[in-house]
Write a protein that binds this ligand. Structure first.
Ligand SMILES: Nc1nc2c(c(=O)[nH]1)N[C@H]1C(S)=C(S)[C@@H](COP(=O)(O)OP(=O)(O)OC[C@H]3O[C@@H](n4cnc5c(=O)[nH]c(N)nc54)[C@H](O)[C@@H]3O)O[C@H]1N2
Ligand SMILES: Nc1nc2c(c(=O)[nH]1)N[C@H]1C(S)=C(S)[C@@H](COP(=O)(O)OP(=O)(O)OC[C@H]3O[C@@H](n4cnc5c(=O)[nH]c(N)nc54)[C@H](O)[C@@H]3O)O[C@H]1N2
Ligand SMILES: [Mo]
Length: 765
């Protein structure tokens, strides 16, 4: 697609008229202008459906329009009137479609019919559901279950996810990687060690009473825009908001609420952040260390002078372990080193400390800017250290808030989609269903990729997502993929993962969450868990894209029945006939978490999962919340401070995409339009490398002794980004990320700091 390319800085706020225009353009493009607005009124409301975009919480008392620009785009994208009829696949070969962009593939419309790969013709050809299930079941029955992988992207409901995990375990493996392995797995590793909970502790109510908000590496205006409402409200109350982000992300700067007529007409905007610190990419451990050092030393001074202390010593004594070692480590840090690795001045770190130190309560919000680094796990533990110093966990207005990605990614983990058997009540499953569950650890995403590269995987099932495009080292992965015997993808729209196939391949189209789902017992709803651990119902009402689609629970049941030996304890058909029965089964497996599930799921705002850390009960090995000393100040490998030729590539999402789904080429808040083939660069770095704005460059991964990893033809855009870092878009830059470049402890690909060299482009331009 040829587009007008422009890279002028954007002067407006997040939200505002730009956001309204964007929603209407999108509904128009998907030919849904009349019905679209009516559908959107049911988004994130009791009795309505949960947005298919992000996992932000649904308030008990929703706003009249409880949706945002990007949620509306996601809805328009799913309920589009565009279809991929079977004729489409008669006229387009797979080889031809591989030349299409991510945007064009998905924009072509909804998948409408189950298909099987015809290798000789190089096409997808129709197949009946019965035949598809029978053939896939026969293949799987002939394989070693341990050599198969069942991937899940985080959108499928709790009901579907429970069935999928059960299917894998009864078949015989724990190879259940999830998009979470590329996302907040660093959280799931760090938080249990620190506070004995795998998820965040903040609730929406905390926003109303908090005294201070800290934010690290999360792009609210694009990725969780509904969070701007509580942020705006807090900011108006005078709550300080301190942001650490290498990029000046507009959502953290200022916001005009598109749902407020007064603001829209008067051009009123709310300033969100009161301090904005452009930390180095990977500089957070050093930055937080500086803030902690300032706080601890001020506390030392106050205590010595008999003044009011800055640390919450009563909380620390009663609830934590390890302060002495941590405080000693902080005191011993040298300001020059902290400045060097954080990229911030001592004064900036002191400023943050003095505001934080004066606040009666504080919460810390974070996203991929922390999790996707070599030391992502340590970065998160460091943030917990900062909170613990002032007792900021387990009291109103305080807590840790990882902002999860996919709308049910957290819930999938809750009901058993995990490669870690220790997180699943295997004994209870064994009893409930009369089988011997596999006890050894399964493969996570990176390990699944390694196994595929080594030719050890015989089958790959994808429950949603776009695995081959989302993972690191995409060029190497695509080359290895055809060695897999069987690949099965369950999807709503065509993407690259459907064009790089195993020897035998199936593409199974499903209904989306916004669509009506009528089964034998009547219309069904499903449920999801949001980022604040609330579980709520989601009822779809839009007519399904095609009569030949099945629901996700029906597809999982179809695959399971065709693969597993009959077992009267596994009523797959009854489950599909009435999803309430699946919820009963979930409640039987997780009685504490899902008590009275079928009733409570309708509570406005959802029902919360019990979380001991919220009550200051610490399910850690020490029985306390743990201060944990980091191994050093750097979150990453080689940087330009080691070698001036090496820059840190931060892979970013634009405001016009949902992960690998590219809605369009308009990254409005960053002022980049018409192209995604860019590299955002500090002018000083460009000058040093002899580059001008608009020059074409290539990036190569700065790793010696391995085959070259290269992305070519990117346009240099001068940008307000710290020296030493450059920005590029995900997934276009994924060929540059070595598979082994991941966070220690969680194996989340370190996509926010890939060491690269910049060269002149081989492509014309
Ligand atoms: N519209 C839309 N919504 C989405 C998604 C989407 O693609 N589109 N994706 C969903 C998913 S799955 C997820 S996981 C979330 C992702 O949402 P985010 O967690 O916001 O992830 P990213 O967009 O990757 O942006 C990470 C932010 O971290 C900053 N950053 C990079 N490196 C560093 C660093 O070293 N330190 C600090 N402090 N900051 C850094 C970047 O500048 C950027 O602002 O959003 C979800 N919601
Ligand atoms: N370089 C780099 N790489 C990254 C990241 C990064 O920041 N930088 N982020 C990582 C993160 S946080 C994540 S979560 C992963 C995302 O990885 P994935 O979750 O695997 O990818 P998505 O792009 O979200 O998947 C999009 C596809 O999902 C399918 N789909 C949409 N709705 C439905 C549905 O209702 N049911 C089914 N069955 N299918 C549906 C559509 O076919 C669509 O094409 O990528 C990771 N990769
Ligand atoms: Mo994610």
């Amino acid at each position: 697609m040829t587009q007008h390319v422009s890279t002028e800085p954007y002067e407006g706020p997040a939200g505002g008229w730009g956001s309204v225009r964007s929603v209407e353009t999108r509904l128009l493009r998907e030919e849904r202008i009349a019905t679209g607005n009516a559908v959107l009124l049911r988004q994130n409301k009791p009795g309505g459906y949960s947005c298919v975009s992000c996992s932000w919480a649904k308030p008990r008392e929703p706003h009249p329009f409880e949706y945002c620009e990007n949620g509306a785009k996601a809805t328009a994208w799913e309920i589009t009137r565009k279809r991929l009829p079977l004729e489409f696949f008669e006229t387009h070969t797979i080889t031809e479609l591989r030349g299409w962009s991510d945007h064009d593939l998905e924009a072509a419309g909804r998948l409408t019919h189950p298909m099987r790969l015809d290798r000789a013709q190089d096409r997808w050809v129709p197949i009946s559901w019965e035949d598809a299930f029978r053939e896939i079941g026969a293949e799987l029955r002939g394989m070693d279950p341990k050599r198969t992988v069942f991937y899940a992207s985080g959108r499928a409901s709790l009901e579907t996810s429970y069935m999928y995990g059960l299917f894998a375990r009864i078949y015989g493996h724990n190879n259940l990687p999830d998009s979470s392995n590329m996302c907040h797995e660093s959280t799931s590793v760090a938080l249990p060690q620190a506070i004995g909970a795998p998820v965040g502790t903040v609730t929406l109510d905390d926003f109303h009473v908090t005294g201070c908000i800290l934010s690290f590496g999360q792009n609210v205006g694009t990725n969780s825009p509904r969070m701007l409402h509580p942020l705006q409200e807090a900011s108006r109350r005078g709550v300080p908001v301190i942001t650490f982000n290498p990029l000046k992300e507009r959502g953290w700067e200022r916001f005009t609420n598109p749902q407020s007529p007064v603001e829209m007409l008067t051009g009123g905007e709310t300033r969100i952040s009161s301090q904005y610190h452009q930390v180095r990419a990977g500089g957070d451990i050093a930055a937080i260390a500086g803030v902690c050092k300032a706080l601890i030393e001020a506390d030392d001074t106050a205590m010595a002078a008999g003044r009011r202390p800055l640390l919450d010593h009563a909380f620390i004594a009663q609830h934590t372990q390890g302060l002495e070692a941590f405080a000693g480590w902080c005191r011993s840090q040298d300001w020059a080193e902290l400045e060097r690795w954080s990229g911030l001045t001592q004064q900036a770190m002191r400023d943050a400390a003095s505001i934080y130190g004066a606040a009666p309560s504080a919460m810390a919000i974070y996203g991929m800017g922390l999790t996707q680094h070599k030391k992502g796990v340590e970065s998160i533990r460091m943030l917990v250290n900062l909170l613990l110093l002032r007792g900021n966990i387990g009291k109103p207005g305080a807590g840790i808030l990882p902002v999860r990605g996919h709308s049910n990614v957290q819930g999938q983990r809750t009901v058993g989609i995990t490669e870690k058997p220790s997180l699943v009540p295997l004994d209870r499953l064994a009893e409930q269903y009369g089988f011997e569950p596999p006890r050894e650890a399964g493969l996570n995403t990176v390990e699944a990729c390694e196994a595929i590269l080594e030719g050890r995987v015989q089958a790959f099932l994808g429950l949603g997502g776009n695995f081959i495009r989302a993972v690191p080292d995409t060029v190497r992965m695509e080359a290895a993929w055809p060695r897999i015997r069987l690949t099965v993808q369950v999807a709503t729209k065509l993407n690259r993962s459907h064009l790089v196939n195993g020897e035998v391949a199936y593409l199974l189209p499903c209904r989306g969450r916004i669509e009506e789902d009528v089964q034998a017992s009547g219309p069904q709803f499903v449920s999801c868990e949001d980022t604040m651990t609330s579980i709520h119902a989601s009822l779809g009402k839009v007519e399904p894209a095609s009569p030949d689609l099945l629901s996700e629970p029906a597809i999982v049941a179809g695959l399971a029945k065709a693969t597993l030996a009959p077992n009267p304890k596994l009523p797959w058909d009854e489950w599909v006939a009435d999803y309430g029965r699946i919820r009963d089964a979930i409640e039987a497996t997780y009685p504490d978490m899902f008590k009275d599930y079928n009733r409570r799921v309708h509570e406005p705002g959802g029902f919360p999962r019990p979380l001991p850390a919220r009550k200051r009960e610490w399910k850690t090995e020490t029985g306390k919340a743990n201060f944990l000393v980091p191994s050093g100040l750097r979150a990453d490998l080689a940087t330009e401070l080691d070698d001036p030729e090496i820059l840190q590539l931060v892979t970013l999402r634009s405001n016009d995409q949902f992960n690998t789904t590219v809605y369009g080429y308009e990254d409005r808040f960053r002022g980049i339009s018409g192209t995604r083939e860019v590299v955002l660069m500090n002018q000083a770095d460009a000058g040093r490398l002899g580059l001008r704005n608009g020059d074409r460059v290539s990036l190569t991964t700065a790793v010696e002794g391995e085959a070259e990893r290269r992305v070519d033809g990117l346009q240099v855009v001068f940008y307000d980004i710290p020296k030493g870092a450059i920005g590029g878009y995900y997934p276009e830059c994924n060929p540059l990320i070595p598979l082994w470049h991941y966070a220690e402890g969680s194996k989340v690909p370190a996509a926010k700091a890939v060491p690269v060299r910049v060269g002149r482009s081989a492509a014309a331009g």
